[in-house]
Design a protein. Structure first.
Length: 282
């Protein structure tokens, strides 16, 4: 079989994937982009192209408030998720017997088998004034009265971290499996402590996975609506709340414009990540 025929066969078997990608991902984004230029007036969508939605958004203080709130929560959640995931994945790979590593990974992923909404409600029980956390702190005399943990930014971050950490741990663990354990042991034998070994030997080898995990955690925490609604109780006005509020008045063109803006922000972040990774590989 010639090289040309092999190439044609590869393209042929790639057609279903690209067709699915175009229909499910590309086309909805194109419709979203076009729809964002329509206007909503007198309870009707006017199919006339205009920049009115974007002008209204960028001149609104609500947009900047929701954007900054979501960015702040996402950055804090991402830093915590990355830190926890790196520590847990390194412990599993470097310190747990290879025969038992699959069991540890399964236990970490076990919460993902439950409903996301149910897990959010379970955290609302834990963080409430009569919840387990406040009860323990009262019994141990760490506090004299219950803390308002629920319906706060703290509760939102806790919920996002608990949701995202198992997924990012799995991603980092896959990256760890590409690290030669002999290099870790050689570093320890040469006098480096565990912390220096991790940062100077392990981390440089899995930096691509770290960037992928950070991007995933940021995007997912930024766009989440369930956790801010259940655990935040509307006390922190996030970007997802802004979109839902606009949709509640049936102003889908403006909601589409909000979606396009955040999509462009995510693409910019992805571009910066990819450029940074390419520079590091040189």
């Amino acid at each position: 079989m010639t090289f040309t025929k092999e190439k044609k066969i590869k393209y042929f078997f790639g057609i279903p994937f690209f067709a699915w990608h175009i229909v499910v991902f590309i086309m909805p984004l194109i419709f979203l982009f076009i729809h964002s230029f329509f206007t909503y007036r007198n309870y009707r969508i006017i199919e006339q192209l205009s920049f009115a939605n974007y002008k209204e958004i960028f001149s609104s203080q609500i947009f900047y408030t929701s954007l900054l709130n979501s960015v702040r929560i996402s950055v804090i959640s991402t830093v915590i998720v990355i830190s926890l995931s790196l520590a847990v994945s390194y412990f599993i790979y470097a310190r747990v017997n290879p025969k038992h590593q699959k069991v540890f990974v399964f236990v970490i992923l076990l919460p993902l088998l439950t409903n996301y909404l149910l897990r959010s409600y379970s955290w609302s029980i834990i963080l409430s004034e009569k919840g387990i956390l406040n009860w323990l702190m009262l019994k141990t005399h760490l506090i004299s009265e219950p803390l308002p943990l629920l319906f706060s930014e703290f509760a939102i971050i806790v919920g996002l971290v608990s949701f995202l950490t198992p997924i990012v741990v799995l991603l980092f663990y896959l990256g760890m499996t590409m690290v030669n354990k002999e290099t870790i042991q050689a570093s320890l034998n040469l006098g480096m402590n565990e912390l220096k070994t991790f940062f100077k030997v392990v981390l440089p080898q899995i930096k691509v996975f770290v960037f992928m995990g950070a991007f995933f955690a940021f995007v997912m925490s930024f766009g989440d609506y369930v956790v801010p609604a259940i655990l935040g109780g509307g006390t922190t006005y996030t970007y997802s709340y802004n979109i839902v509020d606009v949709l509640n008045i049936n102003n889908s063109p403006k909601a589409s414009a909000l979606g396009v803006i955040i999509l462009l922000l995510f693409l910019l972040i992805a571009f910066i990540f990819l450029k940074f990774i390419k520079e590091k590989r040189k």
